[in-house]
Each structure stands twice: as C-alpha cells, then as structure tokens.
Design a protein around this ligand. Structure first.
Ligand SMILES: Cc1ncc(COP(=O)(O)O)c(C=O)c1O
Length: 410
C-alpha cells in the first residue's frame, strides 16, 4: 500500500461526492465525527433562512408556518436510517433525557420486574440516568445491575425488566450483536433499550425487523446535526399506547393549546415530547438529514470497515507505532466506526496530532480514539494520519509540556 494507492481508493469510492457537501477546513484531517459531526453546507443555508425569514419575519407565526411539526418531521427522517417504519421516531431533548423517559416506560411495560440490566462500561450518562431513576422511585421498584459485557447473557433473568445497552462502545469501539442480544433479552422476558449514538449513520440498523422495543440516540455525531443537536426516541408501535412517560410536559399533551388542568398523553410518539423544542437545533438537524436521502448504509458500513482495517494495517506495519496497544477489535465486523489504541501518553499524543493538523479524540485514562465518518473521511486521510503519528512518536514531539495541558472538554 502506498499513498498513491489511497488516492486511487478515494477516486473509486462511490461515497466520495458526499465530502463536497461538508464545510471542512483546508489542511485539516478530521477523525472525530463520531463525537461531533462536520458541518454540512445546507445547514448554514437553513439556519440563515430560519433566522432571517422565519424568526425575523414570521415571528410567532413561525410556529404554525414552519416549526410545530418539526419534532415529528425530523423523527421521520431519522426513521429509515435506523430501520423504523413511520410513526415510531420523534426528535426531542437530549439522549440523557430520553433515556430517563424510556427507562421509566420500560418499567411500566414490564410490571413485576424491577431490574435494569446494563454493562459496567456503558456510556456513563446511560448508567447515570438509570441511577437517577432508581434513586427517585427506590431500589424496590428500580434497581440498576451493572455487569461486565461477558456476563450480560447469564445475568438476564426473571427480574430483568429491560436490557440497557449501547450498540457501539464509546471507549473501545466494540459493536454488539444487537439482533442476537435483543432476541436473548426477549427470551428472558425482558425488553431492550438500545443507545444508537455511535452506530446510527455508520452502519445499517433494522430496529423493526430485529424487534427492538425502545431506542435513543444523539443527533450530533454521524447525523451531523451540530453541537448539542436534539436527540431522538424510538418506541415500537406495539408499545406506544401502553406508556405514559414521566416527563409529562405540555408539548406531549394531547391538546397543548387547550391548556387543560390535567395531563392527557398525546397520540403515538407525540407523548414522548416534553417542553418547547429548540427550533434552531431542530432546523439544523432537519437540513443535515436531507443528505441521507440517497445514501446506501451498506456502502457506508463497507467504507467504514475498509477505513478502519487500513488504519490498523498501517499502524501494525510501522515499527515505531509498536508502542500503541490496539484496544478495538481487529475484526471489522466486531467494531463500530472507530479504532482505538492505548498509550499512557495518549492525551499528549492526541494534542500533538491536532497541532500537526489531525483531529482525533482522547478518552480517559489513556485512549487515543480515531473516528471514521464514511461520508467525508478519505483513505488518504488515514495514510496521512499514520504518517503524522509515526513522526510525532519517533521524534518524541508529544512529550513537550504544552501537550499536557487539559481543557474542560477532552
Ligand atoms: C453512547 C452515548 N450516549 C449518550 C451520549 C450523550 O447524550 P446527551 O445527548 O444527553 O449528551 C453520548 C455522548 O457522547 C454517547 O456517546
């Protein structure tokens, strides 16, 4: 493999045209779209129109003219990306807030069972929201049980109300077999709640045909909705009528503008709304989702795996990089769209890479995380990243004191 071979792979890439739809800075390689997706040009135009034509001109009339249905409209654009038929996805709030709603819903749907079973290295907010619910209603009604990944199947039992998992692990990139674990949970009489934050937009997902009950995910990673973009909620049609989620805000009411004294849940997915949606955030995500209209997620997954395999092979072929320990599965099918390595100076290395024009990610305590966004990551980016990494490791550049300073966000 040579740099020229990578350029040839990019030229033959059926997804290459999509890169042009993003505002990527010159001379920068961005391998962090699994944390914050890049900015699509259409989002700039849309936000400008939302501000000047809608808010600026329509003022409050904007609600009826453009905004009130946006949570549903955006949810329906996310639905095909996660394999959901219409009427089962709505866009609202943050992933954390939606986890709370759906964990409470799962306990209602599975009365007599009290355990939320999760993995001890699940994304912290998933665990924190379960802990918060447990503290609110008491352990007798809701107990979070966290077990190592290898013990998940054996821990499913007659107490398990819901299996709460993230499809792709944010630290090591391991990808669960969502279909098999869903089936195992169902055999034990439990429901499943999947967090799709690191998988939606990076691989095909078939929530309906895999009989998933509940799911949530972020709008700002592979869906490119922008910093703090609203999240989404999936509730299988068969469960919707039986659930009243606990955050019974007026936007989830059957008739918000009747201003009744008492809560009555809205129809279908509307009951999963809470308060007034953030229209700027929703508008940005709505525009960003138009990019997916003609994208084949099988192709996205294939390219994601090829990028990851190339990266692993190039690092393995470079003796200088033998100091890095591969943390992610080497087998592409067991991995999401990221490749992670461990090194005690991981933080400094990621900082030094950024100065060299490559943005990757660091996760405590020692993980270098490289995310591949198949819509805009190129094969040549992978090549150039390994060149930069080799250079800073062999020269020891990363040991300079300025690369040790930590910001609040890492
Ligand atoms: C798996 C997972 N869930 C949830 C979140 C965050 O959710 P929120 O939208 O509440 O910040 C993240 C953020 O990186 C994540 O990786």
């Amino acid at each position: 493999m040579t740099r020229q071979d990578c350029i040839a792979l990019d030229a033959a890439d059926p997804l290459r045209v999509h890169r042009l739809q993003f505002a990527l800075p010159d001379n920068l390689i961005y391998l962090d779209g699994n944390s914050l997706g890049a900015l699509p040009h259409v989002v700039v135009e849309r936000l400008h129109a939302t501000l000047s034509q809608q808010w600026g001109t329509d003022l409050i009339r904007g609600w009826n003219r453009h905004w009130i249905d946006l949570p549903t409209v955006v949810g329906e654009k996310i639905a095909p990306i996660i394999g959901a038929a219409p009427g089962q996805v709505i866009c609202a709030d943050s992933t954390s807030v939606n986890l709370f709603k759906l964990l409470a819903a799962a306990l209602q749907l599975n009365p007599g069972r009290t355990v939320i079973l999760s993995q001890d290295d699940n994304f912290p907010t998933d665990l924190y929201m379960a802990q918060g619910l447990s503290a609110l209603v008491g352990e007798a009604r809701c107990e979070l049980r966290q077990v190592p990944e290898a013990q998940l199947l054996n821990s499913l039992n007659a107490d398990t109300a819901v299996l709460l998992l993230t499809q792709v692990n944010f630290r090591n990139g391991r990808c669960h077999d969502l279909q098999a674990l869903t089936a195992a949970a169902h055999r034990a009489g439990a429901l499943v709640l999947w967090d799709l934050s690191h998988s939606a937009g990076a691989m095909p997902i078939h929530l309906d045909s895999w009989h998933v009950d509940l799911a949530v995910g972020c709008g700002y990673k592979f869906l490119n909705g922008g910093p703090g973009a609203p999240a989404y909620v999936y509730v299988a049609a068969r469960h919707q009528a039986a659930v009243i989620q606990p955050l019974t805000g007026w936007m989830g009411h059957a008739a918000p503008f009747d201003f009744d004294q008492d809560y009555a849940p809205g129809a279908g997915m509307l009951r999963f709304l809470c308060g007034t949606p953030s229209i700027l955030g929703l508008s940005a995500l709505d525009a960003a989702l138009d990019l997916w209209a003609d994208i084949d997620l099988e192709q996205v997954r294939l390219k994601s795996q090829q990028l990851g395999q190339l990266f692993i092979a190039l690092v393995a072929a470079e003796p200088t990089l033998g100091v890095l320990d591969l943390l992610s599965p080497a087998v592409a099918d067991s991995r999401g769209s990221q490749v992670c390595y461990e090194h005690q100076a991981g933080y400094a290395m990621v900082q030094a890479l950024a100065e060299a024009g490559v943005i990757a990610d660091f996760r405590a305590p020692n993980i270098l995380r490289f995310g591949f966004s198949p819509l805009y990551t190129q094969f040549v980016d992978v090549w150039d990243t390994v060149v930069q990494l080799t250079s800073l490791v062999s020269n020891g550049t990363y040991q300079q004191p300025r690369f040790q300073q930590r910001g609040l966000v890492t």
